[in-house]
Design a protein around this ligand. Structure first.
Ligand code: FNR
Length: 186
């Protein structure tokens, strides 16, 4: 069976740099199938509406995560941390605890910023959140993209920097190999 990886972007912005980076992934590695998983229509997390299968956008989001063999999150850093929209989405995917979509899900982290510190701090927080959900996060590789405005073609919304393309490709390939080493749910 061909592996499937879901791509989640932690920015809702249409011209998001992180969305451009996510869009480059399927063209860098076409050994598997990729699926974009949107977080844009999720309601704000509220336990009062988190019962049964939950609201319809939440159901679709959870099912999309359950269908794929792994997830790569491509996210910006806001105020030295995880963007609220992404935290909201991860919280929705963390319940109900025993059957949560993120439980035992292999996750890779990528982040891009116009700044020079490559989203280190937001990735730390995302990792911490994912550990609480019992997801597995690729432990031995990090993928930080700094000064991203110099690495893309803004008009065509493409990742053009050769070195970054090479690193990203290597990261994705490592992630795909690692998926097979993650203990399965059963
Ligand atoms: C930012 N930005 C930012 N960048 C960074 O490297 N560290 C940070 O702590 C922050 N903080 C921050 C807070 C808020 C509220 C905004 C709106 C932005 C800048 C951020 O990296 C930049 O806007 C990116 O372009 C956002 O990612 P997308 O939307 O282009 O993917």
């Amino acid at each position: 069976r061909t592996k499937k990886v879901g791509l989640i972007v932690g920015s809702l912005r249409e011209n998001s740099f992180n969305r451009m980076i996510a869009a480059a992934i399927p063209e860098l590695d076409d050994s598997i199938v990729y699926e974009s998983i949107s977080i844009a229509d999720l309601p704000l997390y509220n336990e009062d509406i988190d019962h049964g299968d939950g609201p319809e956008p939440v159901q679709r989001f959870r099912e999309a995560i359950k269908r794929v063999d792994g997830i790569i999150i491509v996210s910006p850093e806001y105020n030295s941390g995880i963007p609220g929209v992404l935290k909201n989405a991860l919280d929705w995917a963390s319940t109900p605890t025993k059957t949560a979509a993120l439980r035992r899900k292999p996750v890779g982290l990528v982040g891009a910023t116009p700044g020079v510190k490559g989203t280190i701090l937001s990735q730390q927080q995302i990792r911490q959140t994912l550990e609480a959900t019992q997801a597995f996060v690729l432990p031995f590789q990090k993928m930080y993209i700094s000064q991203v405005m110099d690495k893309v073609d803004l008009e065509r919304r493409l990742l053009t920097d050769e070195a970054t393309r090479k690193y990203l490709k290597r990261y994705v390939q490592q992630f795909i190999l690692w998926i097979d080493q993650v203990p399965s749910l059963d």
